[in-house]
Design a protein around this ligand. Structure first.
Ligand code: ADP
Ligand code: MG
Length: 679
């Protein structure tokens, strides 16, 4: 019997109302119900009064000292009071609106009561009476429910479903893996998740459930990847190697070994019959742009068009300038499409793109508008890919006939993310900075010491260096942010003008003004650029060697690392000054980590740990998929093992066809659609 196909309506007393209540929890089948696990457990071991903590829940055992009294108050409200002798102390226990419980208390009988402890009054607000022979075990399962359904009702349904169908719970994990990791079979696991007899059983069940969840998720990813690799419908881009070699020879610098290696990985992939879905990861300043340009050139020499999408206009403009200067001498046509262009400009360029007269197109999300179509798109590069939503990335892919995709990111991908969110992509890593780069010196000061920063800025400016001064989003209102940036801008003018030229850049400026300011800073007409976070990603001005960040505690670690990465791009020693008055330990910890390491990978791991350790909002923002039982950060070891086993399972196309994997295969084919949606 396939429990996924049996409706909850086969349980007693489950009619339309309960069906829709269960549906509101995402439960339709008996399978869904049995695998709707508690979101937490309450320890119901009997505790001594000495261990009772104010306002915490505790299970106390004692003798009923007096008959219970039910008092009514207000409209249909009542309270039941009963005294219980616990360790020779008389404790008052109160239950609200459960008058029927009075039958459970008979003077002189032993009783165990679970409730919330009030230290001041030496009293307990009762939650439930356990009775002396409690068969439910010492652990209480707590389910997440909503207003449509009560805990108790849900528990009873799960109990009935388990009694009725437990012999049909068949393990999906292949037997050899169950043995290898000493996992529970699914039937035993389901029992241990819902009705554990003790902590050990529950612990083992949870470990098994986590493995199961991660393994199935990873199988989904691996099967998608395997299918991608088996299909031979990718574009074959037969590029001109000689042309590429000449191009690289003419660059003003020699590529690092890491750059050469990833260029080869990417070009091989583009030339193969498989569709390329590759992530290029390289820390800020590692030189991803030139890798992307080389790949785009290769695509053009193979007779295709190439496109690069950047998250901001400033960045698109910067790419356009750089790419034009590199590729126009080779007689390639480079075009730019952004949201701020006039309709006429846009239409002209779009027309040239559609006709194939433009070889390389640079743009913002304006590239994915309906009005843009390509003649023959071969390669898409997505810069700072984490800035784009999945749908935007997809939209660009749909502009061609299954073009190759190269997504670039400066945010190092912790292993956790690499094997979940990005599990279907191949990864190329630039793990080396260009020679001669000096690590950036980072200092943290409190705002009361701000004078020190001014002196430092002056010292740097004297050497002919340029500085960024960044202020964060202080509020939702851009007006207030702007004011904040303007105040700093005025202060810097007061201190350093007219000897040094100060510029201001913020999100509310029209785009041509933004470009104007940026290009003045690039060409060193400005010495200091005061800016809101619009410069966070990608901006490349090698002569800038100082980054000052106001209210640094308002940024996340990765973001601070990105900002800091705007300097340290030339041969000169660079500095980063963080101004922050951290208000809690985590914020303080962040400042310390930043001043102690320049390693983006270490920072990304720390960032994820700090955000992912339990708080939901944090892990949502971290880009991790939702898991029900396992926490990919805390349970990383289980995740990694599950990933390796899943990878093994799909390494050879026929492994999944073996008889011992039959249940798994069937399960995946049912779940496939769901698993396929993780992207
Ligand atoms: P990111 O990876 O952060 O996008 P960029 O591509 O902007 O980095 O490169 C950072 C800077 O390093 C640029 O000024 C670029 O010209 C320079 N650069 C890139 N590769 C090398 C190299 N192999 N040697 C020296 N400088 C390089
Ligand atoms: Mg870049």
């Amino acid at each position: 019997m396939n429990l996924q196909e049996i409706s909850v309506s086969t349980l007693s007393g489950v009619g339309p109302k309960r069906i829709s209540a269960l549906e509101s929890l995402g439960i339709k089948s008996i399978y869904d119900l049995l695998f709707y696990f508690p979101f937490r457990y309450e320890d119901m071991e009997v505790k001594s009064l000495n261990d009772a903590v104010d306002q915490e829940k505790i299970l106390l055992k004692g003798v009923v000292a007096s008959d219970p009294v039910v008092a009514h108050f207000g409209y249909r409200k009542n309270r039941l009071n009963v005294r219980i002798l616990v360790e020779n102390e008389s404790i008052m226990v109160t239950f609200f609106n459960q008058p029927w419980l009075k039958d459970k208390f008979e003077t002189g009988n032993e009783v165990a009561v679970y409730g919330k402890w009030n230290e001041n009054h030496r009293a307990l607000t009762g939650i439930k009476v356990i009775g002396d022979s409690h068969s439910e075990g010492s652990i209480d399962s707590v389910y997440s429910v909503n207003k449509n359904i009560r805990q108790k009702t849900l528990v009873n349904m799960i109990k009935e479903a388990f009694d009725k169908y437990h012999q049909d719970i068949i393990s999906v994990i292949p037997e050899s893996i169950i043995q290898k990791y000493q996992l529970m079979h699914d039937e035993q696991m389901v029992k241990g998740m819902h009705f554990p007899q003790d902590e050990n059983e529950n612990e083992a069940a949870r470990r098994s459930a986590k493995f199961r969840e991660f393994f199935l998720f990873e199988c989904g990813i691996q099967s998608v990847k395997a299918r991608d690799n088996q299909e031979n419908d990718g574009l074959v881009e037969s590029y001109n190697q000689e042309f590429i070699d000449q191009f690289i020879d003419k660059l003003p610098f020699k590529p690092t070994n890491a750059q050469s290696r990833v260029i080869k990985e990417i070009l091989d992939d583009m030339q193969s019959k498989h569709h390329m879905n590759r992530l290029l990861q390289g820390d800020v300043g590692s030189g991803k742009t030139i890798v992307a340009v080389t790949a785009m050139l290769a695509s053009v020499t193979a007779g295709f068009q190439a496109a690069i999408m950047a998250p901001t206009e400033i960045l698109a403009q910067q790419h356009f300038d750089k790419i034009s200067s590199l590729l126009t001498p080779l007689k390639l046509k480079v075009g730019i499409l952004t949201g701020s262009q006039t309709k006429k400009e846009h239409d002209t360029i779009a027309e040239n793109v559609a006709q194939g007269r433009i070889n390389v197109v640079v743009g913002t999300h304006a590239l994915i508008q309906e009005s843009v179509s390509f003649k023959d798109l071969g390669l898409i590069v997505i810069d700072e890919q984490h800035r784009f939503g999945v749908n935007q990335r997809k939209a660009l892919r749909l502009k061609g006939n299954n073009p190759d995709v190269l997504a670039m990111t400066a945010t190092p991908i912790p292993r956790t993310l690499a094997i979940t969110t990005y599990g279907d992509m191949d990864v190329s890593r630039i793990d080396e900075l260009p020679a001669g780069r000096k690590p950036i010196d980072t200092y943290w000061i409190r705002s009361q010491k701000i004078e020190q920063m001014y002196r430092f800025v002056e010292k740097e400016l004297k050497t002919g260096a340029q500085a960024y001064v960044v202020t964060p989003l202080i509020s939702e209102s851009e007006k207030i942010d702007l004011k904040n940036a303007e105040v700093i801008f005025d202060k810097f003018n007061e201190l350093f003008a007219p000897k040094y030229k100060i510029g201001l850049l913020h999100g509310q400026m029209p785009n041509d003004e933004k470009e104007q300011v940026m290009s003045e800073f690039s060409s060193h007409k400005l010495d200091v650029l005061v800016s809101t976070t619009v410069i966070e990603v990608g901006v490349d001005v090698p002569n800038a060697t100082l980054m000052v960040i106001y209210d640094a505690n308002r940024f996340g670690l990765s973001q601070l690392h990105q900002l800091r990465g705007r300097v340290g791009r030339g041969q000169k020693q660079s500095y980063c000054i963080l101004i922050a008055d951290p208000k809690n330990d985590i914020a303080l910890e962040r400042m310390k980590i930043l001043t102690s390491t320049n390693d983006g990978f270490v920072l990304a791991e720390e960032d994820l740990k700090m955000r992912g350790s339990g708080d939901l909002l944090g892990s949502k923002q971290s880009g991790l998929p939702d898991f029900k039982v396992g926490n990919p950060i805390v349970d990383f070891n289980i995740l990694e093992t599950a990933q390796q086993e899943a990878e093994q399972m799909f390494k050879d196309a026929d492994t999944i066809e073996k008889p011992e994997n039959k249940v798994l295969k069937l399960f995946l084919s049912v779940e496939f659609e769901q698993l396929n949606n993780f992207d």
